[in-house]
Design a binder for this molecule. Sequence first.
Ligand code: LMR
Length: 397
Amino acid sequence: LFDRAELAPADPILGLTEAFNADTRPEKVNLGVGVYLGEDGKLPLMAAVRSAEERVTQQHKPKAYLGIDGMPAYRDAVRALIFGADSAALADGRIATVQTLGGTGALKVGADLLHQLSPEATVLISDPSWENHRALFTRAGFTVDAYRYYDAEAKGIDVDGMLEDLRAAAEGTVVVLHACCHNPTGYDLTGEQWDAVIDVLRERGLVPFLDMAYQGFGFGIAEDGAVVTKFIDSGLNFLLSTSYSKSFSLYGERIGSLSVVLGSAEEAKKVLSQLKIVVRTNYSNPPTEGAALVTTVLTDPELRQSWEDELGSMRERIKTLRQGLVDALAARGISDMGFIAEQLGMFSYSGLTKDQMIALRTEHGVYGLDSGRMCVAALNTGNLDYVADAIASVRGA
Ligand code: LMR
């Protein structure tokens, strides 16, 4: 049996972390995975999360099973965060929510639900998109195709191409959209462009699946979440995955959520019952720690403020790092990469070729994705010049 298993290629993102960890060069820099590191090059434990952890630990609670759909207080807290505490859709009971294993877990639970309801549907992802989108929806049984998104020449979004591709999609097609901080390009739709997209989704009877893994890294919690309000106001049914890996720096806790916004409370009840079967038959029920930490932070006004402030500093620091990289590259004669300062979120879609990215890795120990994506949130004043030197070297500047 097992001789049928072929050796699979390493994961395009997490496989790089494995290669990075095995690299013995002290000057190595990991700009592969989307992880925010502090000025000391280390993963931060946010102050609000630290306080929450102390409180949670002091309670010494026994480790009971959570319900299949997760911790009720957690679901309430994240639903208030995403949809607003006074959301009419929430009050109407039209939103089914489950706690998930990070954003990836939310996407997979959503994909499994969709495949059960509509196995013949095609899933459209942006071109380009997060590497795992295609793999995950393909594994869930879907045919995955792409809509135009990134315009490499204009360094922006090909909105007309995107709308044209969405208009050409068959009714019932699932459309995966990045709510903010598009991964990998860092280019987001404007409010008006979102309105145009929503119009086409409605006209064509498409099924939106919003992926929001970087709320707070673009302009702020409320600003980045505004697109969710647009979807609620549109009256469309949609899915929304969220992740608290990045915004709470809780990567290893695997904490996120999946919500499905529906037309009625009755529909939401039925959908929730199906989501619970998906969860139960995959991993039974989610873990407690991440949910307890996020809930404690979100429901304590002081901790919540501290969290939002610290997230704001992280966002501003990334902007400074972007500008620092642009300046450092300019100082090395590279003046055509100024766009790095305009992109949003953790990534820069650098425009470097696959060969250049491989050379960065092999010759300099600077790890980024073959697609040219680099995690600028892992830069610091100690490695920035080294990275700029490496880029200048592979660009032949
Ligand atoms: C990324 O894009 O690097 C992150 O979302 C981490 C991951 O799971 O791929």
